[in-house]
Design a protein around this ligand. Structure first.
Ligand SMILES: Cc1cc2nc3c(=O)[nH]c(=O)nc-3n(C[C@H](O)[C@H](O)[C@H](O)COP(=O)(O)OP(=O)(O)OC[C@H]3O[C@@H](n4cnc5c(N)ncnc54)[C@H](O)[C@@H]3O)c2cc1C
Length: 151
């Protein structure tokens, strides 16, 4: 609609039902896709994540995550991987990931299994209100003269 197309949406159920209603509300670049080597997907998702955080500030936010490392090798592996993840978002990065001490990891994640814990890696992704985004998308369709119908 906002790109000049005439739009008709026909939904057989409720809007944003099906898979969309099952999402965990993460606005992510896809760390796990990076682990799988799908670089193009991570780049695309990281850019879209940044654009949504800019365009829909009322329903999205920057969120920090911590990955615990249980060996020096895991610490190095996740630190390098998440630096790469930051870098792939380019100017739309949500903040630098960092290696944090064992003590700080336990402060941030009380209840974590302590045996063999060596450190943590803190990184940034996003979280969004998926239901509210769906409502806003419907509003945009109608504001721009399109039609969205469901049962
Ligand atoms: C457990 C889980 C967690 C997830 N967590 C996240 C997350 O945190 N962050 C994230 O970004 N992504 C997440 N995803 C992925 C995300 O939910 C999907 O990529 C997204 O919802 C896909 O949206 P969609 O509109 O393509 O498909 P859908 O939401 O499945 O929408 C397709 C719609 O088409 C309708 N339809 C089907 N056939 C017809 C027909 N013949 N006529 C009319 N209507 C029809 C269906 O009723 C449905 O509403 C998660 C997925 C799952 C399963």
């Amino acid at each position: 609609m906002t790109r000049g197309y005439r739009t008709l949406l026909l939904e057989q159920s409720d809007f944003a039902k099906s898979t969309s209603s099952k999402a965990t509300k993460l606005l992510h670049g896809g760390v796990r896709y990076l682990a799988q080597g799908d670089v193009a997907l991570v780049r695309e998702a990281s850019v879209e994540r940044g654009l949504l955080l800019k365009n829909a500030q009322h329903l999205s936010r920057n969120l920090s995550f911590v990955i615990p490392a249980y060996s020096w090798w895991e610490g190095i592996f996740y630190t390098i991987g998440l630096k790469l993840y930051d870098w792939m978002a380019g100017r739309l990065s949500l903040g630098s990931s960092k290696h944090i001490s064992r003590k700080k990891t336990l402060n941030l994640l009380p209840g974590l299994k302590e045996d063999h814990l060596t450190a943590g890696i803190l990184y940034h992704d996003g979280q969004f209100d998926d239901a509210r985004l769906a409502v806003n998308l419907m509003q945009t369709i109608y504001d721009k003269g399109g039609v969205a119908l469901n049962i």
